[in-house]
Ligand binder design. Sequence first.
Ligand SMILES: C[S@@+](CC[C@H](N)C(=O)[O-])C[C@H]1O[C@@H](n2cnc3c(N)ncnc32)[C@H](O)[C@@H]1O
Length: 268
Amino acid sequence: MTDDLKHSFGFQEVDTNERRARIRALFDAIAGRYDLMNDLMSFGIHRLWKRTLARMIAQGGSGGLIIDLAGGTGDVARLVARRPGNGKVVVVDASVEMMKAGRKAHPRCAGALAWVAAEGERLPFGDDAVDVLTIAFGLRNMSDPDAALREALRVLKPGGRFYCLEFSRPQWWLKPFYDLYSFLVIPRLGAMVAGEPSAYRYLIESIRRFPGQKALTDKMRYAGFSDVRWRNLSFGIAAIHHARKAKALPRHLGAEERAAVQDMEGAA
Ligand SMILES: C[S@@+](CC[C@H](N)C(=O)[O-])C[C@H]1O[C@@H](n2cnc3c(N)ncnc32)[C@H](O)[C@@H]1O
């Protein structure tokens, strides 16, 4: 992906440190209006996507420790925590302002979740510690998305499950309308509602640079995940990729060999 993404900020080329600083500043700046903007931009559809994600996580059986990485205001974490039988849900995000906005907007739920300020590339969890790791609209915003995938794999228990909800590639017939809406309407909405048109220009540019369904699948396999699959949402505007960490693999294998072994496991 993502060597490319790691050196970008939307359509601009920047170094990774600048990318990290600009993305952090962006989310700190829009935190107070983030949820409202999501509802307006997507006509509320992001809520349906997040519910689908929470349902899929519950169907997989989700006791134990669940991390909502890049959890922002805690939308996904709240949905997951609400489902009976689910374990402890921890929101991890690099932006303290985003998490503060979520706690302020939902004071009654805030205590049911744990909130941790940390980066996806350096998670404050031990190896093989986490049962489920989910990331919604966050992988695209990581300073180094490939490193974040490897880190997710490190903290997951063998057999642990990974879910990634992200914008993806819509079907061909939808693309002209989607592009028109994205480039014409969203930055104007961002200016009117959040006072931050450039933040929303970054959003649509970063979506264009993010790998599509198949390419992200390959990246996840390369990072070492097994059983990688995806499910399209709203004709591919978004997709949920899901995978698991293999039960046990010999440590001496390289990434490509590990992916090959896991493919064989998946086929079995
Ligand atoms: C588009 S928001 C998604 C928030 C939430 N998951 C949702 O679906 O509404 C992206 C989030 O990623 C966080 N983020 C960006 N880079 C990060 C990093 N390197 N580590 C952890 N979180 C990061 C941002 O602070 C922001 O809250």
